[in-house]
Design a protein around this ligand. Sequence first.
Ligand code: AMP
Ligand code: ZN
Length: 141
Amino acid sequence: MTDCIFCKIINGEIPNAKVYEDDKVYAFLDISQVTPGHTLLVPKKHVCDIFEYDEHLASEVFSRLPKIAKALQQALPDMKGLNILNNNREIAYQTVFHSHIHLIPRYQEKEGFQLEFTNNQDNYQTEEFQALAQKINHNFE
Ligand code: AMP
Ligand code: ZN
């Protein structure tokens, strides 16, 4: 896509710090460096978000995660953990609309990145909970 910043990075049209490349994916340091080593993994094929993937593309892209995670661990021995995050659409904090997966090394509890889940367990009756699962599950039949 001509007007896409990540397509331009993949094509070498704008400067970037490449971490890994093969025929299907490209990985480079996120310019914001939320924590040192913060990396983005992107498919070379331009897709906006997860809703444009099929199983084949997903296996090409997501299968690269373990080796990039291990390379980060090797390169950054102080890294104690790793968050892997994929934002889809604006409401979910996506700002660049070429699908990408964040790999965010963690060194300590309080640092540039925080993720908080609200526990709403008490707001659900058992039947309501099961009905919600059923509603989703029907789409695979
Ligand atoms: P998201 O909010 O999930 O869409 O993440 C987009 C990410 O792309 C942000 O973390 C930005 O810092 C990063 N980003 C934007 N432009 C560049 C660039 N030219 N090089 C590297 N990372 C970039
Ligand atoms: Zn693109």
